[in-house]
Design a protein around this ligand. Structure first.
Ligand SMILES: NC(=O)c1ccc[n+]([C@@H]2O[C@H](COP(=O)([O-])OP(=O)(O)OC[C@H]3O[C@@H](n4cnc5c(N)ncnc54)[C@H](O)[C@@H]3O)[C@@H](O)[C@H]2O)c1
Ligand SMILES: O=P(O)(O)OC[C@@H](O)[C@@H](O)[C@H](O)[C@H](O)CO
Length: 379
């Protein structure tokens, strides 16, 4: 470590500024933000601090300072130089963006002194194996993999859309579970982190409870022209449908990971309270964003549905939520536009189940999923 430990953080958006950066600062790191938004980078370069306002029980107001910022589109070479000297790299850019961050990490690792301590890399995305995805892209580009330690994580904190400026309002609740196993017993000091030896139960419980119910509410609400998640869950039919979806994923989580039914039901109730927090209005459009990613094979609907189908268990309510997702069409969401174009392309329902959701013919979910696409195309 140099005089002051340095963290390079990709993505100065809501989770980056509101969650990751404050914990990195608390852990004693200087934070170097890298982002492609010139507006955000300009603001971070001119404003020496911003505020984080936590809403809910135990919520505090923090001031975040001690950062620098680099426009990674304009100055990738400067980001690589920072990575060469850094102790840790984190990301919060979106799982599908990790492939574009990878070349900068490759360049940074190449410039790293041979005797430098390995760089710690943690991708803080909503994805199973987010850091593995980043590592795969770095490996594909010939990156010096042995100069870094790659750790997956599960990150949970609701940060709704913000309305200009750098300040962030978010919920007081958070959970950040990071895989300890790549560190061989020598995990770094990282405030806010819960180090775990088996990450799968944490990431699956989080993604298949919080994100599945969140997304189901968003798509069912959007289909009825409702703006916020809290308003959507006030509609009795939507609330009942979301609870039915949660009953399916809860059955899987209890059977697979050994959570007791009481534990899981407590987790479900906490989740429903969190996503309807009246002090933190969140929109169906934000929560439903990037529907093609959300309909992916290892994501919040299809992964649990596929696992349930493989066990011969029902997943009709997850499929109902998928049906609602297929109607998500905000003009300013590029993935929603792409989704609607794919649905209009003339491909048959079975092909769409495989091209959009990664479920091939012969999989026990395939025919029911194809039926969901058929119903959408027929309407
Ligand atoms: N907001 C939440 O409640 C929440 C909670 C947990 C996890 N997450 C996850 O965190 C990640 C970020 O979500 P968010 O809500 O902060 O989104 P966001 O849109 O607010 O922030 C993403 C940031 O990444 C930047 N970016 C895009 N491409 C980039 C690139 N190539 N290099 C560097 N920066 C780039 C964008 O300009 C933006 O500032 C996502 O994976 C999301 O699923 C979000
Ligand atoms: O970030 P996404 O697009 O994967 O999902 C939208 C929301 O469900 C998500 O951001 C939650 O607010 C968050 O995952 C809570 O921890």
């Amino acid at each position: 470590m140099g005089l002051m430990a340095t963290a390079v953080h990709f993505g100065a958006g809501n989770i980056g500024r509101g969650f990751v950066a404050p914990f990195l600062r608390q852990s004693g790191y200087e934070v170097v933000f890298a982002d492609v938004s010139d507006e955000l980078i300009g603001a971070l370069q001119t404003q020496p601090s911003y505020r984080v306002h936590e809403v809910g029980e135990g919520g505090r107001d923090l001031v975040v300072d001690g950062y620098r910022a680099i426009d990674s589109r304009e100055h990738p070479e400067l980001v690589a130089e920072e990575i060469a000297k850094a102790d840790i790299v984190t990301t919060a850019v979106g799982a599908r963006i990790l492939q574009f961050v990878a070349p900068l990490i490759v360049a940074g690792l190449a410039k790293r002194a041979a005797d430098a301590a390995p760089l710690v890399v943690i991708a803080c995305e909503n994805a199973i194996g987010g850091t593995d995805l980043l590592a795969a892209s770095v490996r594909e580009l010939g990156g010096a993999m042995d100069r870094a330690i790659w750790a997956n994580c599960a990150i949970d904190r609701i940060v709704p859309e913000q309305h200009g400026g750098l300040d962030v309002t978010l919920e007081a609740f958070w959970e950040w579970a990071v895989d300890a196993t790549p560190f061989g017993g020598a995990t770094p000091e990282l405030a806010g982190v819960h180090w775990v030896d088996d990450l799968e139960p944490y990431i699956e419980r989080k993604l298949f409870t919080v994100n599945t119910s969140h997304a189901a509410t968003a798509y069912l609400g959007y289909a009825r022209g409702i703006e916020t998640i809290a308003e959507a869950l006030e509609v009795p039919e939507i609330a009942a449908e979301v609870r039915a979806v949660l009953a399916e994923t809860s059955a899987l989580l209890v059977a697979k990971h050994g959570f007791t039914p009481e534990e899981q039901s407590g987790y479900v109730e906490t989740t429903l309270t969190r996503i309807t927090n009246p002090e933190l209005p969140d929109t169906c459009v934000r929560v439903g964003r990037a529907p093609l990613r959300k309909l992916g094979r290892h994501e919040r609907f299809i992964d649990p549905a596929a696992q349930l189908a493989e066990l011969g268990e029902p997943c009709w309510n997850l499929l109902t939520a998928v049906g609602a997702a297929l109607r998500f069409d905000p003009d300013d969401d590029p993935e929603a536009v792409e989704l609607q174009a794919e649905l209009a392309s003339g491909a048959d329902p079975g092909e769409l189940a495989s091209s959009i959701c990664g479920i091939e013919k012969g999989h026990p979910l395939h025919d029911d999923l194809a039926e969901v696409f058929r119903l959408r195309l027929g309407s």
